[in-house]
Design a protein around this ligand. Structure first.
Ligand code: NAD
Ligand code: UDP
Ligand code: UDP
Length: 311
């Protein structure tokens, strides 16, 4: 199949390119390199089944493909808050353009949505039925509301134009090729620990996240795309093992044999207090569940960052 991946030079997108090339597909990778990096896909540039286009999805795109994975959007708070108007445009105009493309081609389309659509949740763990608690005017809103509006568009194109859609709500995912300076907690802690610098804990560190290793997530994403057309989602994907940021910091210090100490900093505005996916739907509908433990995934990620810092 000919498959379009928007945001294909990013962290998740580049792993998806690898996995789909491995399965024998032809990949068209579209990226404007806002947060993505050519080095994430440089090993694919000479592959005859791989094509790269530098393009911003907020502008129309006329290509011929059989399937579309829409991942284009900065994902880390530092990056999506850098130019918030562009973030909303990427989510909303990007979704409209990719849905328009899918409609013309009658192509199946998957949206990389996010656990952020639940905001700072009142129910725990989060199930797909929960409508969320999102601040519409805060500093995270460009991302959260942009992604919520994209979900709306997907379901309206599905109802109105009978498009085959797949909406995946991705929970915190980590692994090799994360941007070393994008401020996400796993990359921050590992880079700080490897440099024996203070580990920055925001707030008192009691807030929780549930971390999924990238390979598990990509397996789930492809399973969802290839699932029966009656399965539209939204469907949660992530690893339900939940940790406080203090626990994460201590584990990273242990695994890197670091001399780093914890340093407490103010908690950013609207930072969700707890987050854990309920993945019953993914288990029952897709027979998917994550396999890689946090310790195992962190070890692989630490090796990646060690090599990067040694360069
Ligand atoms: P990333 O920042 O590494 O990748 C995003 C990619 O999109 C980058 O390559 C960037 O250059 C590209 N991009 C941004 N704006 C664009 C535009 N207007 N046109 C074309 N390309 C554009 O982030 P990631 O972690 O790989 O996230 C990929 C997707 O998954 C995002 O949509 C994100 O919202 C979603 N997601 C990720 C996580 C996670 O934990 N990693 C969690 C929830 C959702
Ligand atoms: N679009 C695109 N590529 C295509 C078809 C459409 O980028 O191959 C964009 C186009 O810019 C359009 C948007 O998708 O504005 C929505 O398309 P749709 O057909 O739903 O709406 P309309 O063209 O009526 O605005
Ligand atoms: N965090 C932290 N120290 C850091 C970076 C992040 O304590 O150096 C916290 C952050 O406040 C949040 C959690 O770690 O509570 C996850 O942050 P991240 O930006 O990775 O993801 P998100 O908040 O989008 O889930």
């Amino acid at each position: 199949m000919n498959i379009l991946i928007t945001g294909g030079a990013g962290f998740l997108g580049s792993h998806l390119c690898d996995a789909l090339i491995e399965k024998g597909h032809d990949i068209l990778c579209v990226d404007n390199f806002f947060t993505g990096n050519k080095s994430n896909i440089s090993h694919l540039l000479t592959n005859p089944n791989f094509t790269l286009i530098r393009h911003d999805v907020t502008f129309p795109l006329y290509v011929e493909v059989d399937q579309i994975y829409n991942l284009a959007c900065p994902a880390s708070p530092i990056h999506y808050q850098f130019d918030p108007v562009q973030t909303t445009k990427t989510s909303v105009h990007g979704a409209i353009n990719m849905l328009g493309l899918a409609k013309r081609l009658k192509a199946r389309i998957l949206q990389a949505s996010t656990s952020e659509v639940y905001g700072d949740p009142e129910i725990h763990p989060q199930t797909e039925e929960y409508w969320g608690r999102v601040n519409p005017i805060g500093i995270r809103s460009c991302y959260d509301e942009g992604k919520r509006c994209a979900e709306t568009l997907f379901f309206d194109y599905w109802r109105q134009h009978k498009l085959e859609i797949k909406v995946m709500r991705i929970f915190n995912t980590y692994g090799p090729r994360m941007h070393p300076n994008d401020g996400r907690v796993v990359s921050n802690f590992i880079v700080q620990a490897l440099n024996n610098k203070p580990i920055t804990i925001y707030g008192d560190g009691s807030q929780t996240r549930s971390f999924c290793y990238v390979d598990d997530l990509i397996t789930g994403m492809i399973k969802l795309m290839e699932s029966h057309k009656s399965i539209t989602g939204p469907i949660n994907m992530g690893n339900p093992s939940e940790f406080t940021m203090i626990e994460l910091a201590e584990l990273v210090i242990k695994l890197t044999s670091s001399r780093s100490k914890l340093k407490f900093k103010p908690l950013p505005e609207d930072d969700p207090k707890q987050r854990q996916p309920n993945i019953s739907l993914a288990k029952s509908k897709l027979n998917w569940s994550p396999k890689v433990s946090l310790e195992e995934g962190l070890n692989k990620t630490i090796i990646y960052f060690k090599n990067l810092l040694d360069k």
